[in-house]
Ligand binder design. Structure first.
Ligand SMILES: CC(C)(COP(=O)(O)OP(=O)(O)OC[C@H]1O[C@@H](n2cnc3c(N)ncnc32)[C@H](O)[C@@H]1OP(=O)(O)O)[C@@H](O)C(=O)NCCC(=O)NCCS
Length: 155
C-alpha cells in the first residue's frame, strides 16, 4: 500500500471511492452521504486549503481523506472525509493515511490534528482512538440537525 497526495487526474477514482458512503443510507442524513462529483473533487484538489491523500493498492485508489489546512497558521489541521473501500478495511490503510497526516503535521509545525465524526460511525471511532485521537466533545446540531463528535490529537 502506498499513500500519496492526489492530483487532478485522481478525481474520478476518488469520487468512486466516496460512493461507498451510500452504504450509510438511512443511518446518516442523505446530505452527508451523497458523493461529490468528479468535477467538484477536481476543483477541491485545486483549492489550496484542501489536500487530498489517497491510499493505492495494485494501482487502484482504495482509500481517501483530505487535510483541511485553513487554520494551519494557527497550527492546527483537520482530517476530513476519510473512507476506505469495504473490502480493503482492517488492513491498516486508514492508519497509513493518518500516519501520513502526522508526518505532514510535523513537517509544517502543526500542533494539533482534529476531526468531526458521528456516533454511528463506530469503526471510525475505534480507528481514531487506536491512532491516538481523544474525544473532546459533542457538538449539538452540527450537521443537518445532527450532533457531531469532535476528536483531537495533540502532537
Ligand atoms: C473507519 C475506517 C476508515 C477505518 O479504516 P481501516 O483501514 O479499516 O482502519 P485500520 O485497518 O487502519 O484500523 C485501525 C484500527 O481501528 C480499529 N478498527 C477499525 N475498524 C474496526 C472494526 N470494524 N471493528 C473494530 N475495530 C476496528 C482497530 O483497532 C484497528 O486496528 P487493528 O486492526 O490492528 O485492530 C473504515 O472502516 C471506513 O471506511 N468506514 C466507513 C467510513 C467512515 O466511517 N469514515 C469515517 C468518517 S469520520
Amino acid at each position: 500500500m502506498k499513500v500519496r497526495f492526489a492530483d487532478e487526474n485522481d478525481a474520478g477514482e476518488i469520487s468512486k471511492v466516496y460512493e461507498e458512503w451510500y452504504s450509510f443510507k438511512g443511518i446518516l442524513p442523505d446530505e452527508m452521504i451523497i458523493p461529490e462529483s468528479k468535477e467538484k473533487i477536481s476543483s477541491n484538489i485545486l483549492n489550496k486549503n484542501r489536500k487530498y491523500l489517497v491510499a493505492v493498492v495494485d494501482n487502484q485508489i482504495v482509500g481517501v481523506c483530505y487535510i483541511d489546512t485553513s487554520f494551519i497558521k494557527l497550527q492546527n489541521i483537520r482530517l476530513g472525509n476519510m473512507i476506505i473501500k469495504e473490502k480493503y478495511r482492517r488492513r491498516g490503510i486508514a492508519s497509513g493515511l493518518i500516519s501520513k497526516i502526522k508526518e505532514f503535521a510535523l513537517k509544517n509545525n502543526v500542533k494539533k490534528i482534529w476531526l468531526w465524526t458521528q456516533e454511528e460511525l463506530t469503526d471510525a471511532i475505534k480507528c481514531y482512538e487506536k491512532n491516538g485521537f481523544k474525544l473532546e466533545g459533542k457538538q449539538k446540531s452540527q450537521f443537518c440537525g445532527k450532533d457531531a463528535l469532535l476528536y483531537g490529537l495533540v502532537l
